[in-house]
Design a protein around this ligand. Structure first.
Ligand code: CA
Length: 365
């Protein structure tokens, strides 16, 4: 082949290939079947704050990874690393921000120290339920604020499940009045802990592995955790008094957060798969919590006394929450901005909720 022929031939060949590729892409679009990542496998490292295969939360992220692989035809692999394997449980935020890992699965309220506003994304005491929180994120501007504020840490967050309503916690002694809370040492995190502090409680933060022994040894007098399904595995039943409702965590949000630069490099197809799988995970987790909590409640030992908090305590908690929110707003403009958006959604949502869900549940009895 002469050089000139070779050049021409190659150019023609390249044009033909390009046209062919366009044609194929067009065909795929018509079919609705797109596999733009064919042959190019992407692997992402995701660390969690939970032990391996931890019920509901850990198994939820395992299923999420499996679904990403299935939906992408094997081109997207998410490798899940339980806590302390790649990074310590509560270092996942920093490690993802610094691109040491690609993503993490954790609870949003852990990062209050990074920015006080993050505690609102995790859920509000006496505030929105899980379904309402998700609605605020998706339709009420919550996601825009969350992504803007996480963007400053080179992070891109997605909701990664939610617990539904939690329980109020386990108490060694009965709580009959506000006075019974004075001086009580309780494991309770986040804004709920701040509210409890104003009611005379001494809130402490303990890792999951230390709660049971602290309760048994009397280092703490009370603890909250999640709900019957997960609490019954922790051995808390010995504390005997199990209080409802989890006013401090009516709809806590878990997160599936990616390194932002890594996220932006993903194909649109992989972004769509991750987004869809995260929504599936969120729905599944909420339903699994509901079913397993309902079942575990029936199976609690007979020695456990299930009680509701005194009315005066809940009234005092409402007043204390207002003070906590005022204090935080005065300290942080971001907190103030997020609270404003959150409150706007509450205002919009409440009249409709009052005549729909709330009213129906009262009628249903
Ligand atoms: Ca909790």
């Amino acid at each position: 082949m002469k050089r000139r022929d070779f050049i021409t031939g190659t150019a023609l060949g390249a044009t033909a290939l390009a046209l062919n590729a366009c044609h194929r892409a067009e065909e795929k679009t018509k079919n609705g079947s797109v596999n733009i990542n064919k042959g190019k496998k992407v692997t992402l490292k995701l660390a969690t704050s939970w032990p391996a295969h931890f019920p509901i939360m850990g198994t939820g992220v395992d299923t999420f990874a499996k679904r990403c692989s299935e939906l992408s035809g094997g081109t997207l692999e998410i490798k899940v690393f339980p806590k302390n394997i790649l990074v310590p449980a509560l270092q996942v935020f920093d490690a993802t921000s610094a691109a040491q890992i690609d993503a993490f699965h954790s609870g949003v309220y852990y990062w209050k120290g990074k920015n006080p506003a993050f505690s609102i994304f995790g859920g509000m005491p006496l505030g929105l339920t899980s379904e309402e929180m998700i609605t605020w994120f998706k339709f009420g501007g919550g996601y825009d604020l969350w992504r803007e504020m996480y963007g400053k840490f080179n992070l891109y967050p997605l909701i990664g499940g939610t617990t539904g309503p939690q329980m109020g916690g386990w108490f060694k002694k009965e709580i009959n009045s506000l006075a019974d809370l004075k001086g009580l040492k309780m494991r309770i995190p986040g804004l709920g802990g701040e509210v409890m502090k104003k009611l005379g409680v001494n809130p402490v933060l303990l890792p999951a592995g230390e709660i049971y022994t602290s309760l048994e040894r009397g280092t703490i007098d009370a603890t909250e955790w999640v709900g019957p399904a997960l609490d019954s595995m922790m051995g808390f039943a010995k504390a005997a008094h199990y209080y409802y409702t989890g006013w401090h965590e009516p709809g806590s949000i878990l997160e599936l957060t990616f390194n932002k630069a890594r996220w932006e490099k993903l194909s649109n197809q992989h972004k769509a798969i991750i987004t869809a799988a995260s929504e599936e995970m969120t729905g599944n987790m909420l339903q699994e919590f509901r079913y397993k909590n309902a079942k575990a409640l029936q199976e609690l030992p007979k020695t456990v006394q299930i009680k509701t908090f005194p009315k005066e305590m809940m009234e005092a908690a409402k007043t204390a929450l207002k003070e906590v929110l005022d204090d935080e707003s005065a300290k942080s403009d971001d907190f103030k901005r997020v609270l404003k958006s959150y409150k706007a959604f509450v205002k919009l949502n409440k009249p409709w909720d009052d005549i729909s869900t709330k009213n129906f549940l009262e009628i249903r009895g």
